[in-house]
Write a protein that binds this ligand. Sequence first.
Ligand code: SF4
Length: 73
Amino acid sequence: MTKLLNIARQYCGNWDAGKCVGCVFYRKDGQLTYYVNSKLSGKNCSVEEGCEYFENIVVPGIDDKRIIKSIGA
Ligand code: SF4
């Protein structure tokens, strides 16, 4: 397993045995809501090809600076 996939496995709430649940959370009118992204849902984790959810939501929530440094974020 590659480093990015391993980080996604450890930290991404959408990770499900290598598949992506595809839930994307966002705020609308001050309320937290979500939708299921059909481009991600049920497919293999695509973190290595680039994943906005990983970059914008997962990575900022990682508190281990060594992991952040290792991926150059
Ligand atoms: S594709 Fe993105 S959102 Fe889905 S499991 Fe992988 S890192 Fe998480």
